[in-house]
Design a protein around this ligand. Sequence first.
Ligand code: AMP
Ligand code: MG
Length: 441
Amino acid sequence: MALLRRKKKVVEEEQELVVSEPLPELSDPPAAGPDGLRVMEDHRDYLLSMVEPLPALGMNLLDAWGLAVCEELDSPVDLPGFDNSQMDGYAVRAADVAKATPETPCILPVAGAIAAGDDGQQELPEGQAIKIMTGAPLPPGADAIVPVESTDGGAEQVTIHRPVTAGEYVRRRGSDLGAGTRLVTRGQRIDARTVGLLAAAGIDKVLARPRPRVVVVSTGAELVEPGRELDAPGKIHDANGFMVAAAAKAEGCQVFRVHIASDDPEVVREAISDQLIRADLIVTTGGVSKGDHDVVKQVMPSMGACDFAEVAMQPGKPQGFALIGDDQVPMIMLPGNPVSAYVSFQAFVRPVVRTMMGVEPINHTPVPCVAGSVMHSVKGKLQFGRALVTDQGGAKTVDLVGGHSSHLVGDLAACNALVLLDEDTEVVKPGERVMVWMLDD
Ligand code: AMP
Ligand code: MG
């Protein structure tokens, strides 16, 4: 286990000594199996044991959209706050129009008009009507609204063609919800409808966990930013940086994307150090397997306490984790093949950011499906097949999309699920039950 080599200056007898101050190691990693591989769930739970929910902040309602609230909020008011009209029409006493029919309409003098926003103090004289707009307060004395469609729409006097019952088209105070009603519970993620509910109750600030600031770093001397020319043979466009950044955004993170087109250890070290100031989490792709240029794996032990593991999964076998810098910023190092990076994101990064956000459920919930066609898997590893789930009248069917190779971004883009073929599975026959992770829920 690597120790942090943070240095501390000590002045002793006018001599400046530099001593190494060991920082905490990572907790003991889970045991690997006889094949030297770590079980996917064990690795995930290990990472989760080393991160914590971000401290909650008071924030503006709109900024809290998509975030988990950290308080219970009750309505300070009744909704609606006062009796008001549900229609554009005329406020009346129901008894005054009880006999109105198309053949024998009631004709009432119009005593005034009330719009939404008016104070609602104007009293309805007996035997008269007051013109009223939707949302305007019900005038004292009135007990029903005649919709304008049931009248001639008159301004001085109104001809009413049908009766209304007491209370008809009146929205009563508190009929939506009463003061004291629980609006949100701790841990609830605030969606647009809840934003609307809180706003309606006059609440403009909530205590919520902030968006994790995730710095996504792609590494590799072969990488060129999309939009730029591949200026030499052997170069490829950086797919991972964008894909992982987008996946982190989809989880609600605030994302910064950094592109390191180099396998030079010093360049990588410096570029990652520069990011520590703005990161709650760093996610790198590339450079963690066994190649000569797997620079992330070479460099990180000098920056923090690291764990490198081989996980019994395919794709996504090589995985790294570290706590780096003075603030022990967590860092997840994903393999470079795009499908490996994406699957690893779903398996490890997603649960970590959801833990930071305080959002449940932390892990993907496996969904049962019926295999539509034959599926092959390697024994001893959890195989994540790129798959397409279709819903045929209630029964979900799943089919693999393309092959198992980790460079197949076309197939990855065409799938909507990952099918989980466990360590003991070698073949799944059509009609058998398999579990999937849905990717776009
Ligand atoms: P590595 O894990 O660095 O050995 O990379 C494994 C494979 O993934 C190599 O074929 C790399 O060229 C490719 N790769 C690494 N990073 C990226 C990236 N950001 N976008 C697309 N492919 C990548
Ligand atoms: Mg590489």
